[in-house]
Design a protein around this ligand. Structure first.
Ligand SMILES: *[C@@H]1O[C@H](CO)[C@@H](O)[C@H](O)[C@H]1NC(C)=O
Ligand SMILES: *[C@@H]1O[C@H](CO)[C@@H](O)[C@H](O)[C@H]1NC(C)=O
Length: 394
């Protein structure tokens, strides 16, 4: 009986172990048999109540003045060692060196990796994971960090509360090529098949981020892929980055989700998860609606014209003041010369009074000439003066 009991127990343990590991190793996809709606059957956390991505409804966000600008640490000091670019069948990943990190969060977070999500239909056909007011961007970059103050490594941190900090960068399509993103996109053709890896030259990771690291949305969420652990402090930047249409098309069409030995090739496309319910959560914003408002081109033009008019006005006022001062100075000089034998010049230079009268003549002439020049340039402004337009008189 005892040995039978032990046998059954061992069998159960063994079954449980294989079941758990079978689940962990389940080959998941975005669509199909183990598509996103089936993830939670194999990865229970995917059915949790704090999942990512989410739709950020800007009117429902809560301003939090404690959300200070995020500071990339060592993003530019990539060193001499190359980065590894890896097609893992779900996305393209770059492992990041552990001296890179992110500041501005309640703990120090160490960089681990970054990867991308994209669509399939070219510009304006979705591809980002997070959406703002229901609108998708064309792609999304995730820079993943783990909490190195609380946890020893990435694999431990990813299962724990406040274990990860991910930066989300929304990517849209525009006219110009983004040179930062070419550091990745130019090498995609070398990792077309799943499981392929290649070394690429190290580059400045900050060149992939938006300029404004002060305005972002913050919420508690999860990994957006199985096993969907709810361990992520999300920061989704308000400013989007722009890549060219050609860059987006390369991202969308160069990679396969299948391995090189597989007979049927499948393009790696639409590797983004649908937005998940917010449930009890609040999305915080590091900025208020006013400061977050983007200026339209019309408003920018109005501001530029306003500033220019202001400058011209200031210049006119300054010139008027200078002229007035000069006029009174001149008046003062002449009055002094007529009424007194000791001018201000004499007072200042009373140790050598002799050359005074001869020095004064060219000095005065020069000032008069300057004044004449000023008068001629401003003649147009003084239309009310009768002497300015003698010919038009009847
Ligand atoms: C991470 O840390 C845990 C706890 O110290 C350890 O058991 C595990 O082997 C480490 N994993 C890696 C990949 O280093
Ligand atoms: C995330 O969860 C932690 C722990 O429950 C909480 O202290 C923190 O305020 C939450 N942060 C956000 C942005 O909701």
């Amino acid at each position: 009986m005892d040995s039978l009991g032990l046998f059954i127990l061992l069998m159960l343990l063994c079954l449980q172990w294989t079941a758990a590991h079978a689940a962990e190793d389940t080959p998941w996809t975005y669509k199909g048999l183990v598509g996103q709606s089936e993830w939670s059957q194999y990865f229970p956390a995917c059915g949790g109540t704090s999942q990512s991505p989410v739709d950020v409804m800007t009117t429902q966000t809560k301003y939090d003045p404690n959300l200070i600008p995020l500071t990339p640490l060592g993003y530019g000091q990539h060193g001499n060692n190359p980065f590894t670019l890896h097609n893992n069948g779900h996305t393209v990943v770059i492992e990041l060196p552990d001296w890179m990190g992110i500041g501005g969060l309640p703990w120090l977070f160490t960089a681990a990796q970054m990867h991308l999500h994209w669509g399939s239909g070219g510009p304006s056909h979705g591809g980002s994971e997070h959406t703002i007011n229901g609108l998708s961007a064309d792609a999304e970059l995730h820079v993943v960090h783990y909490n190195s103050e609380l946890y020893p490594n990435m694999s431990t941190a990813m299962t724990k509360r406040d274990g990860l900090a991910v930066l989300g960068v929304l990517i849209v399509t525009g006219e110009e090529t983004n040179p930062g993103f070419n550091n990745i996109i130019n090498y995609l053709s070398r990792v077309r098949h799943a499981d392929q890896k290649v070394f690429i030259p190290a580059f400045d990771i900050q060149s992939l981020l938006p300029q404004d690291l002060g305005r972002y949305y913050r919420y508690n969420g999860s990994l957006t892929t199985p096993p969907c652990y709810q361990s992520v402090i999300w920061s989704v930047f308000h400013e989007r980055v722009q890549i060219s249409k050609a860059q987006l098309l390369k991202m969308e069409t160069l990679l396969y989700s299948t391995k090189s030995e597989e007979p049927e090739r499948m393009l790696l496309q639409d590797n983004y998860r649908a937005t998940q319910p917010l449930n009890h959560r609040v999305v915080f914003a590091s900025f208020t609606a006013e400061s977050g408002k983007e200026l339209s081109s019309g408003e920018v033009t109005a501001i530029v014209i306003g500033v220019m008019c202001g400058c011209v006005g200031l210049a006119v006022i300054v010139r008027f003041i200078v002229k007035t001062i000069r006029f009174f100075k001149l008046l003062h000089h002449e009055t002094v010369a007529v009424n007194s034998s000791t001018s201000s010049w004499d007072v200042l230079h009373n140790n050598r009074p002799a050359p005074m009268p001869r020095m004064k003549e060219p000095e005065k002439a020069k000032e008069k000439k300057q004044d004449l020049a000023l008068n001629s340039t401003s003649a147009g402004e003084r239309k009310d003066e009768p002497s300015a337009s003698p010919q038009t008189e009847p």
